[in-house]
Design a protein around this ligand. Structure first.
Ligand code: UDP
Length: 474
């Protein structure tokens, strides 16, 4: 008798930048015959359940399992089940800490189900220990690529931030395959010795070091030196199985259905607007799902856009961001308020550039679409992603952002700097070169996901390893 299919449980952090790739991963596993169960909470389930339902109707072994999230008990406002519901940066650490409430119910489920593996997000610091107790291999997912993890490792190993004379002078990160220079103000507080996260970082690292291995939303050809650094210098087991946005070969409907329950624009209307534009002529502007720009910033972006005689754009404006008076009436660009069908937009041939905050998913989605970037990092590890894009891959130009901040910013990036970076990415010889390199990477990304490609092979070997572990147990 054939052994039963593998059963893998997925536990995503409740933020779009984590749920979107983990959902894609679970769907990818299900396409390989793995029974895939995503654990989530009542208010997060609708963000991806439509897609899961459709896959299940196609006969794929995939399902969602909902557990309650006691916000108030966890010290959070009622209904605060997703990072997007956090209105004050001070609630971020309590939100991370609240992930402890999942330990008991998830452990009960694992004991009942006895799955062959759990893919748990970085924030579930208890997952390695809990899974270990039940003899279930835990795979680690942190939502970034190998470059970021390598840079953070090298910064710590070489104490590169210690003894710097200036906060604003670029310094070299030693021990990496490329010359990477950073400035202190671009780094997250924990890298500079800030301990106010109450040990969460250390707990994350410990649970990563001790787990079965890491799955990365990346592909070997994108960052070969860093995949090797991660495996050899850091000594981690890692499988690069991305870009996950390409893995399921989604059509228009699925592409439009990433993340929010509904997009703020009808996907057909959006496609019609793009169809009427020349190839590579539209600049897409979006700062992801959780980052805020300062109140004065939209005015400067609008000023930069209006300084061009002719520049088509799609600008995703978040709640609370105010555009200058009369801008929307004057402009020929498309303003989307709320949630945009980002992958659908990036994949359209009319898109010529992407002004991005360098969240890892957005970065990879741009790579997968062959679109060069205007990089504008704001927080998290976005400044490191920027370095990969501008200094290593050379498929983007920075606006010159220097200030890491989760809250209000002191520095407003001026319209001239913004327009300069936009011009370099959209117009002229340099733009053509950037686009040429971006297109080559896109080809590699597509190939990585095809039969025999690097991501396809990594996924295969991961599943074989899980099967052989299971067979040994049986
Ligand atoms: N996204 C989207 N529409 C939006 C904003 C974001 O589809 O209007 C998606 C985007 O395609 C990406 C994710 O949300 O998959 C954001 O993840 P990323 O890592 O880029 O940034 P984060 O939001 O985590 O800062």
């Amino acid at each position: 008798m054939d052994p039963p299919p593998l059963h893998v449980v997925f536990l995503p952090f409740m933020a779009q930048g984590h749920m979107i790739p983990i959902t894609d991963m679970a769907r990818l596993f299900a396409r390989r015959g793995v029974k895939s169960t995503i654990i989530t909470t009542p208010l997060n389930a609708p963000l991806f359940s439509g897609k899961i339902r459709r896959d299940a109707q196609l006969g794929l072994p995939i399902e969602t399992h909902i557990i309650e999230f006691p916000c108030v008990e966890a010290g959070l406002p009622e209904g605060c089940e997703n990072v997007s519901a956090i209105r004050s940066p001070d609630l971020m650490i309590p939100f991370f800490k609240a992930m402890a409430v999942f330990q008991r119910p998830v452990e009960d489920l694992l004991r009942n189900w006895r799955p062959d593996c759990i893919v748990a997000d970085v924030v579930f610091t208890w997952a390695t220990e809990t899974a270990g107790r039940l003899c279930i291999p835990r795979l680690f997912f942190n939502g970034t690529g190998a470059f970021v993890v390598s840079v953070l490792h090298a910064l710590k190993l070489h104490e590169a931030c210690n003894g710097l004379e200036s906060d604003s002078e670029p310094f070299l990160v030693p021990g990496l395959p490329h010359e990477i220079r950073l400035i202190k103000t671009q780094l997250p507080p924990f890298v500079k010795g800030d301990q106010s996260d109450s040990g969460i970082r250390e707990a994350m690292e410990e649970s990563e070091v001790n787990c079965f291995g890491t799955v990365l939303n990346s592909f070997h050809e994108l960052e070969p030196g860093y995949a090797e650094y991660y495996r050899k210098v850091m000594g981690r087991k890692a499988w690069l199985i991305g870009p996950l946005s390409l893995g399921n070969k989604d059509g228009t409907e699925e592409k439009a259905e990433r993340g929010d329950v509904v997009t703020s624009i009808d996907e057909q209307e959006c496609l019609r607007w793009l169809d009427a534009r020349e190839p590579n002529s539209v600049l897409y502007i979006c700062f992801g799902s959780t980052s805020y720009i300062s109140d004065a910033q939209p005015c400067e972006i609008a000023g930069a856009l209006e300084s061009f005689e002719e520049l088509s754009f799609i600008w995703v404006v978040r709640k609370g961001e105010l555009l200058p008076e009369g801008f929307e009436e004057r402009t020929k660009g498309l303003v989307i308020r709320g949630w945009a069908p980002q992958v659908l937009i990036l994949d359209h041939g009319a898109i010529g550039g992407f002004v991005t905050h360098c969240g890892w998913n957005s970065t990879l989605e741009a790579v997968a679409a062959g679109v060069p970037m205007v990089t504008w990092p704001l927080q998290a590890e976005q400044f490191l992603n920027e370095k990969l894009v501008t200094d290593v891959l050379k498929i983007g130009v920075g606006v010159g952002a220097q200030e890491w901040s989760r809250g209000e910013r002191k520095i407003v990036v001026g319209r001239e700097d913004i327009a300069r970076a936009m011009t370099r990415v959209m117009v002229g010889e340099e733009a053509e070169e950037l686009r040429g390199r971006a297109r080559k990477l896109q080809e590699m990304a597509v190939r990585a996901n095809e039969e025999g490609g690097s991501s396809n092979s990594d996924l295969k070997s991961l599943l074989e390893e899980l099967k052989s572990l299971r067979d040994k147990k049986l």
